[in-house]
Design a protein around this ligand. Structure first.
Ligand SMILES: Nc1nc2c(c(=O)[nH]1)N[C@H]1C(S)=C(S)[C@@H](COP(=O)(O)OP(=O)(O)OC[C@H]3O[C@@H](n4cnc5c(=O)[nH]c(N)nc54)[C@H](O)[C@@H]3O)O[C@H]1N2
Ligand SMILES: Nc1nc2c(c(=O)[nH]1)N[C@H]1C(S)=C(S)[C@@H](COP(=O)(O)OP(=O)(O)OC[C@H]3O[C@@H](n4cnc5c(=O)[nH]c(N)nc54)[C@H](O)[C@@H]3O)O[C@H]1N2
Ligand SMILES: [Mo]
Length: 765
């Protein structure tokens, strides 16, 4: 370490070194990072921000009336309770629920990104604890990221993991791609982030190198900046949620003009005839698609004709499938790539979600990454992750999922550590209502998120800088020894310390801790990687050496193209794990489910959540550039991106003019589900008819007593719909919805998102 003041650490948004100059926290990106991420600069102000939770707190209503449904959740006062007492109370409550209902009584899905350290990873900790203490918990499956794709892709090609993360690499793009047709783009703001950490941000350089070599990038999407300037992309603005129509029209041109790769289709796909019959019968002509997408027919034809015979790569962003019928663009994009015949070639074919995260487009490590074992969950019950409100509001209710008719479980207690449902979920007024139905809500948090403000028991946890850990992911070549940089805030404890204390009270200490303290676990987790290194005959430093060095470089596997390359090279020997062993352009299995909202081949399904006279604009609620989701929204970098204290909504100057909105005005975004305030900025980087308000501003209800309160800070999830993508996947559809935007003329309500809730003693009765 060159600077003795600075110590190694890592976050999902980058590896770095940190330390104090006096009482000022200094954060320096890892010296090997060619393109460091500004999000790192959220740390200095966040560390000791008053939004941090200082001590254990119990909601007054729960303390006085005990567990049970309670309409005061979300607007109640909190009482500070000493650690020992709060742990005793929580332990008895867990015993009560376990005895009454067993593991089915606890919802422990606890979706969320937590922090980068692999040992203190809160979601792994809570799962391990619930498995040890209760024998399991009701879990959630899939993700908000890839809700639709993770269910459809295995039916038609391979797992989302295989198609998204072990496929075409940035090295291949830089060296081989001739055309990259990027649906939803590959915004650098997104690939800046990777779970477990990222030491080198390589995407900008790779796209620049490809463009300089002559590769043509085409961005299909509503926002011009979804590809970096370095890509020199041509922008094809498209009406959101109409990409499937464009893809089908491109396929139609390839089909009717005989431009598609017949040999590839015959050898590597199944069901082409049925798909082709559909293309012809609708017909999915360029003129038809022009009417839906807003892209002129001549442009569609020219684009289709420009693709064959080149090393083309089709990418489809996660964002496209986080919408109504989100399965379709994922499948139609694959069909288009199949007809172009480049799948499995270096830099060519189909890469779902390339550039969505820093994990994609990279080589895999040749040794295992650190991960905390979670134990065994004996409870079979689960929900698709984005059906949380449905489950809580409708316990026992029936729903469809991936060919099954299922029923929602009926948990009594909900335990959340490392996630923020008031960030990630849709229709937040409905989510509030859902959380009011549970008997007990327990939340471990760093800071007073809206989720914590709904909880009955709020336990303050350390943030990453306040503890030691190991930063590691399956695609990053550096494993980081995350040194402790600062002392814990106030009474905050590590999640592991909290769960250990609960395990003692529940009589499962040995199962949960296996006799190790945190340092002991770090060494244990590290030794797995070390054994792999030894097994490969590579230098394998001891834990003490690793810790002193601050990092270790891991060997990476060959850039082998993953399952598509293997399949192309040897279709009989390395078939895909689909029923036909091929890319399925028609799926008997999916067709057999009989879902009208996800038929047996890529299909144009007209979206229903579309503009009308009252909500004439399309809202794109995408990932924020200045933070990871809601994490450290109160940090300096995130705050600097706001204006007048509110999140910024971008809109086209013509849409603003039509509404009398000027640059910097406070506006109200509204629809039938709710409303929020934001500060308007006018830009032609957003296509006309679209407004862009990213996620992540902390939910800040003006009056939490109202049924559908106004969020004064700019959280778009008060507007989005809580509806699944289809009966197949039931994925999150939060990316898009229809809204109106109006100039806000009233008195500006104050922003209180980052003020801690009032202590009970001084709260108004
Ligand atoms: N409208 C709309 N909504 C979306 C999306 C969208 O595109 N549009 N995108 C969705 C996507 S892809 C995702 S992945 C989700 C993300 O949703 P989340 O993953 O829930 O969002 P985060 O803000 O990362 O939440 C992590 C929480 O963990 C806390 N935390 C961090 N470290 C620790 C720790 O060590 N211990 C504990 N106990 N807590 C910790 C943080 O303070 C934070 O509150 O949002 C989804 N929501
Ligand atoms: N800085 C930062 N980076 C992040 C995150 C973060 O919170 N902050 N979150 C991380 C996570 S967990 C994930 S899963 C990934 C998410 O990766 P994505 O889901 O791909 O990211 P988004 O920014 O939500 O969406 C990408 C783009 O899709 C475009 N889009 C939306 N709808 C449509 C459509 O109908 N058609 C077309 N053609 N384009 C459309 C939008 O313009 C949007 O900017 O990002 C990761 N990276
Ligand atoms: Mo995500």
């Amino acid at each position: 370490m060159s600077d003795p003041l600075l110590h190694p650490h890592s976050a999902h948004w980058g590896a770095f070194r940190a330390g104090f100059a006096g009482d000022r926290l200094i954060i320096q990106p890892h010296p090997a990072d060619p393109d460091p991420n500004g999000i790192l600069q959220n740390f200095p102000e966040a560390l000791r921000h008053p939004a941090r939770i200082a001590r254990p707190m119990v909601r007054r209503g729960w303390l006085t009336d005990g567990p049970g449904a309670d309409r005061r959740r979300g607007r109640d006062a909190y009482v500070a309770v000493p650690w020992d007492e709060v742990l005793d109370r929580l332990a008895s409550e867990l015993v009560r629920v376990r005895d009454a209902a067993g593991p089915e009584g606890v919802f422990g899905g606890s979706y969320g990104w937590s922090s980068a350290g692999r040992f203190h990873h809160a979601q792994s900790q809570v799962h391990r604890f619930l498995n040890s203490a209760i024998g399991g918990y009701v879990r959630s499956v899939n993700s908000y990221s890839a809700g639709a794709s993770s269910v459809i892709l295995p039916h038609i090609a391979g797992t989302a993991e295989q198609i998204g993360r072990h496929n075409v690499t940035w090295e291949q793009v830089a060296a081989h791609s001739e055309v990259v047709l990027a649906f939803g783009g590959m915004a650098l703001k997104n690939s800046m982030v990777g779970g477990g950490g990222v030491s080198r941000h390589i995407e900008r350089g790779a796209m620049q190198a490809a463009a300089q070599r002559g590769c043509r990038f085409i961005l299909v999407g509503p926002l011009r900046d979804d590809l970096p300037e370095e890509a020199g992309a041509a922008w094809l603005p498209i009406i959101p949620n109409t990409d499937t129509a464009l893809m089908l029209a491109l396929c139609h041109v390839l089909l009717t003009e005989g431009l598609y790769d017949r040999a590839f289709v015959e050898r590597y796909t199944a069901g082409f005839d049925r798909f082709a019959a559909y293309l012809r019968s609708l017909p999915c002509s360029p003129e038809w698609a022009a009417g839906l997408t807003g892209i002129p027919a001549e442009q569609i034809i020219a684009l289709a004709r420009s693709l064959p015979g080149k090393r083309s790569l089709i990418t489809v962003a996660h964002g496209l499938q986080r919408a109504e019928f989100g399965e379709q663009p994922v499948w139609a994009g694959l069909a288009l790539a199949a007809m172009l015949g480049q799948i499995g070639l270096p830099g060519g074919g189909y890469n779902y979600a390339l550039g969505a995260l820093a994990h994609t487009g990279r080589r895999q490590n040749a040794v295992s990454a650190a991960a905390l074992p979670q134990g065994r969950n004996r409870c079979a019950a689960f929900i698709p992750v984005a059906r949380i409100s449905d489950m809580l509001l409708n316990p026992g209710g029936a729903y469809d999922y991936n060919g099954e008719r299922r029923h929602y479980p009926a948990p009594k207690l909900v335990y959340w550590a490392g996630g923020n449902p008031f960030h990630h979920h849709q229709d937040l007024a409905r989510l509030s209502e859902a959380f009011r139905r549970v008997e007990t809500l327990v939340v471990h948090e760093i800071a007073w998120t809206a989720t914590a403000r709904h909880a009955d028991i709020v336990l303050p946890v350390t943030m990453t800088l306040e503890r030691e850990d190991i930063g590691s992911s399956q695609t990053d070549p550096l494993m980081i020894a995350m040194h402790r940089i600062a002392a814990p805030y106030a009474e905050a404890r590590d999640d592991y310390t909290i769960f250990t204390a609960l395990a003692e009270r529940l009589g499962c200490t040995e199962t949960f801790t296996e006799g190790r303290d945190a340092r002991g676990w770090l060494e244990h987790l590290y030794n797995r990687t070390r054994d792999d290194l030894r097994g490969k005959g590579l230098p394998a430093p001891s834990f003490a050496e690793f810790w002193a060095a601050g990092e270790i470089e891991l060997p990476q596997a060959e850039d082998d193209g993953g399952i598509f390359r293997a399949f192309r090279d040897d279709p009989a020997g390395a078939p895909l794990a689909t029923p036909s062993g091929r890319i399925e352009l028609y799926s008997e299995v999916v067709a057999g489910f009989g879902y009208e909202d996800c038929p047996g081949h890529p299909t144009w399904l007209p979206p229903t959540d579309i503009p009308d006279a009252t909500v004439p604009l399309r809202l794109v609620a995408n990932q924020p550039a200045t933070r990871l989701h809601s994490q450290f929204d109160f940090g300096g970098h995130s705050i600097a991106g706001k204006r007048r204290g509110r999140e910024v909504v971008r809109m086209h100057p013509a849409d603003a003019a039509a509404r009398g909105i000027a640059e910097g005005d406070i506006v109200r975004l509204h629809n039938a589900r709710g409303a929020c305030l934001a500060t308007a900025t006018l830009t032609e980087a957003v296509m006309q008819g679209v407004v862009n308000l990213p996620t992540g501003a902390w939910y800040d209800p003006a009056d939490p007593a109202e049924e559908r309160p106004l969020c004064v800070h700019g959280n778009p999830n008060v507007l989005t719909r809580d509806v699944g993508t289809s009966r197949l996947a039931q994925g999150c559809t939060g990316q898009l919805t229809a809204v109106e935007v109006s100039r806000f003329a009233g008195n500006l309500p104050p922003i209180r998102a980052f003020d801690p809730p009032m202590p009970a003693a001084v709260a108004a009765e």
